[in-house]
Design a protein around this ligand. Structure first.
Ligand code: ADP
Length: 165
């Protein structure tokens, strides 16, 4: 039986930390579906189409990975796609509380779907989309923390980044 996992998030934008989790996820699962979930609580820098383009381009070397978007409950999407697991990445302690709550809520909603956590690679422990956006906005150099297309898109959004300090 094919093992399918969903990797949900905002990916605003995708970072090398996300790619690390995805790459390792492909070693565990036959198929990985990266899904951009609509999150009404959040304000985004990039449109869903821009986020999809950056993800797809960064994932060209991973034929078993698909990119999709969904507006609704994660467990419904997972069931629809016949996924067995939800993949999430864990960084510092600060991620734990939220991830724990969400995993328990998702299990309550649909018991058959397991949440699998992968520890971040040490290199990416402080990498987050939000900290990257904050740095980029003020011209902080984020090269090496994001895939090349994301760096190019950030430079378009924040011209100050074209000449990083
Ligand atoms: P969300 O809006 O759901 O927090 P994100 O796009 O920020 O979505 O993150 C998606 C998933 O990737 C989450 O499980 C998050 O913990 C994980 N993640 C984000 N950055 C990293 C990183 N640097 N290393 C490992 N996992 C990460």
């Amino acid at each position: 039986m094919e093992r399918i996992a969903i990797y949900p998030g905002s990916f605003d934008p995708v970072t090398n930390g996300h790619l690390d989790i995805i790459e390792r996820g492909t070693q565990i699962f036959d198929r990985l579906i990266v899904v951009i979930l609509k999150n009404p609580k959040k304000q985004f820098l990039f449109s869903p189409d821009e986020r999809i383009e950056m993800l797809k381009t960064s994932l060209l070397d991973f034929p078993s990975v698909e990119v999709d978007t969904y507006d609704g409950l994660l467990v419904d999407y997972a069931a629809q796609r016949k996924a067995h697991a939800v993949l999430r990445g864990l960084r510092a302690l600060s991620d734990f509380e939220y991830e724990f709550q969400m995993a328990l809520m998702n299990r309550r909603l649909k018991r058959e779907i397991q949440t699998v956590f992968l520890m971040t690679g040490m290199r990416w422990i402080y990498t987050s989309s939000s900290i990257i956006k904050e740095a980029a906005m003020f011209g902080g150099d984020v090269e090496g923390m994001v895939p090349p297309l994301v760096l190019a898109r950030l430079r378009e959004k924040f011209p100050v980044l074209a000449n990083p300090r």
